[in-house]
Design a protein. Sequence first.
Length: 94
Amino acid sequence: MHILRIEHAVPDFGGWKKAFDSDPLGRKKAGVRRYRVLRPVDDPKCAIVDLEFESAIEAEATLVALRNLWRQVAGRLMENPHVRILESVESKEY
């Protein structure tokens, strides 16, 4: 599995979440298998999103599409995205 991890500042988390929920890129069609939205307890103006894919190619293609989208909404819905594509090496539940 590959994870596209996105972290960015959001001026209004509620407004950002509404835009995220509208799914402008079509996550399922892009190959997203699962996603998580996280929010630091000490920073309500930050959003972290993990998008999980079967392949790095799908994650990279989604990142290209996201960068195009971010140019349109920068400063209004989000700012300063930090992005990494991660490979899941191990996971265990207790």
